[in-house]
Every structure is written in C-alpha cells, then in structure tokens.
Design a protein. Sequence first.
Length: 273
Amino acid sequence: MKKNKNSSLIKTRKLPFDKYALYNQAVQSPEDDVEFYLKCYKTIRKGKKPITLREDFCGGGAISCEWVKLDKTHKSSGLDLDSEPMDYGRANYISALKPDQQDRIALIKKDVLSGNLPTADIAVAINFSYFLFKKREILKKYFDNVHQSLNHKGLFILDIFGGSQCYDAIEDKTKHKNFTYYWDQKNFDPVTSEADFGIHFRYKGKKYEDVFSYDWRMWSIPEVKELLQEVGFQDVQVYWEGTDRKGGGNGIFKQTQEGEACLSWIAYVVGIK
C-alpha cells in the first residue's frame, strides 16, 4: 500500500542505507501514476491535453519528474514544507533529467494552506498525504486553495485507502531483493478516526523502525467528495482499483459508482472543476 512522505519524516537518524531509494522502490510507481493522470484528464475532457501538473506534498518530486518526461510540452511544480526530501530529489531525480526537462520542473518550499498556489491543469495529492489534516475546516481550506489554483477545466486527483483491516493494529511486510519493507498500522481511534503508521525496513539482517512515520486522520470517500463539492468542484468521480487472481490490487483503476467491502482497498477521488 502506498504511503507518502511529508513533514513527519525522521530526519535525525543516521542510517546505513538510502531511505528515499528504498521508499521509492517499495512504495512509489510514478511512471504508472502520470499515465493514469493523463488518461483520466483526456477521458473526462474528451481528448483535451493537459500541460501543467502540480504535485502537492511532493517530497522528492518523483511524480513531477515523470510528468515532464512524458511529453516535451509538459511542465510541473512540486510543493512541500520539508527541505530534506526536496534536496534529495534535486540531487537524485531532477539531476538525472535532460536539460530541457530540468527547465520544465520546479520544486518549491511552500505551505499548501497559504494560498496563491502555482496554477495547473492537474493538481495531485498522492500517497494519502492530505490525511495529515485532521480537522474538517483545515482540509476544506486546502481543497479550496486547490480549486482556486486550477486552470479552467482543471482536475484535482487524490488517492485514498480504507477497508475493515485498516481499523486493526497490523503490520504487513513485503520482501524485495535487498531489503524488506514493513507497513505498520499501530493503532486506530474510532472516536476521532485518527491512526498512527510507521514504515520500517529490514536491511542486512537488521530492522530499522519508524524510518518514516505518520499521524493521520482516516478520511472516507463520502467525506472527501462532500468537501470537494462544497468548495466548488462541479463533479467528483471515484476510480476503484480492480483485483488480481490472488485477490490483491491489480493497479488498474476504473470509474465506478460502487465500491467493494474489502479488507483493504485503494481508490482515486477526482475533483472536476
């Protein structure tokens, strides 16, 4: 399950591995993400082509980089309050781009609640990053800022997760070639819908706890849809992930009016300006 980097990153620990490289390998799929955004926009806007993308809570800006690689006309900007992952992205992701691609991307230290956000055809808040806003009025303010910043006929794309398993204290692990990735849901409070999460890595035989940590509110699809409509989005669509033969997610998202009562699910919510 994808998770995002944000201002709750562990900054002070010295680790014997590149935490962002392991995170990228275990969690992110930016190439697939930008393909979905492009397809989604063209489908909703009847073939019209988006040019600009803004990645809120961008961390290292991997999505922003893939967007400018997708088409020679694409431009992107990434916003985050944490300088550390943005510096990493500049040194490791943006530096690997071609010169013309580097000219079409910018990572900016900025609070998404401050207003006057860079304009875009598509704004994205991915890996559940906006879950850090626990109060309804604060999340609504963020959504309103996004709505104001979008170009005419722009889209706002968020991912969201849930399911009955997400209310349990549970630790999942996935083995990779040189490390093991752990997603640890430590607790859930049904009164506040708040939950604590941690990402751990096992590397060269040793487990490193809470390399990334998150203190979130578990927002629901109806809550997110209602807030998007309240700030002015004309329509809101939900894209649900299909299942593979083993019952897990297959990475293919289709627009739907109904979900499934899964133990764990991931979906996209798309606000249409």
